[in-house]
Design a protein around this ligand. Structure first.
Ligand SMILES: [Zn+2]
Length: 257
């Protein structure tokens, strides 16, 4: 049996926390003194209560630092200094131990499986308040506020294309560019090969996606394209690198690199 830390009460790290509900599912950060990434999730369960129960259940072996309810209530589950278990197998800019590097925030939403819906205004306001506070305390870079789907594109789709990244951006959080308009024209998709595919893959890699720049539009490229669209070109999420997707990616690269 792996040794589990004892669940004990702790002081909330943020003034915006409404409640502390200690989860036993955490460990020590490995070779990282303080977090430098923030990962946003949706809970993908039928209710917020069900999500809270799971995140605090020792046997589930999952957790996050925060859980934000649909009504905007912020519950802290794991102290920020500790390593919560929210990212799973994932990678960003070559970093594989995302849990050691990050703060994980679960946002209550039924998700694609149980009836995906808009994130209510009260909830988004709390996301902004909490993020603003964390970013200020650790000086986390705008480009390092990420979706779970960004860091695990083959496995995850949260928080998904209904999450309002533009709203965060207007509040000074995260990165965003106006998506290029969707229109007819050449596109890259599964099975295609060549320099244009290679250049596209290199651009995704430069943003931070874990992709193998092979010049072949493979399943991983589809998954990274889908993840990119869920975050940056939300109007159409289909895994095809159409003109709009490629242009939006290039605009983003110009902005952040
Ligand atoms: Zn997630």
């Amino acid at each position: 049996m792996p040794e589990r830390p004892v669940t004990k009460p702790f002081q909330a790290d943020s003034q915006f926390v409404n409640q502390v509900e200690p989860s036993p599912n955490f460990g020590e950060r490995r070779q990282v003194k303080s977090p430098d990434l923030i990962i946003l999730h949706y809970t993908g369960m039928k209710s917020g209560e069900a999500a809270l129960t799971r995140l605090c259940c020792g046997e589930a072996e999952v957790s996050s630092h925060y859980l934000i309810g649909e009504d905007g209530e912020i519950i802290q589950l794991v102290a920020e200094g500790k390593r919560a278990w929210h990212a799973g197998i994932s990678c960003w800019k070559g970093i594989k131990d995302i849990n050691s590097h990050s703060i994980g925030i679960e946002i209550v939403n039924r998700g694609h499986e149980y009836g995906y819906a808009d994130f209510p205004d009260e909830q988004m306001e709390s996301v902004v308040q909490l993020l603003g506070d964390i970013v200020a305390r650790y000086r986390i870079k705008s480009a390092d506020i990420l979706a779970h789907s960004d860091i695990a594109p083959l496995r995850k789709q949260d928080p998904g294309e209904l999450f309002d990244w533009h709203y965060l951006y207007k509040a000074g959080l995260g990165i965003w560019v106006e998506p290029a308009p969707i229109r007819p024209g050449d596109s890259l998709g599964i099975g295609q090969q060549g320099d244009s595919v290679l250049n596209y893959q290199l651009a995704l890699q430069k943003i931070g996606f874990e992709i193998v720049p092979s010049g072949k539009f493979d399943e991983l490229t589809v998954a990274c394209t889908t993840a990119f669209q869920r975050h940056f070109r939300q109007e159409k999420v289909d895994g095809i690198a159409d003109i709009s997707t490629v242009e939006t990616l290039n605009k983003l690269l110009e902005k952040v690199c």
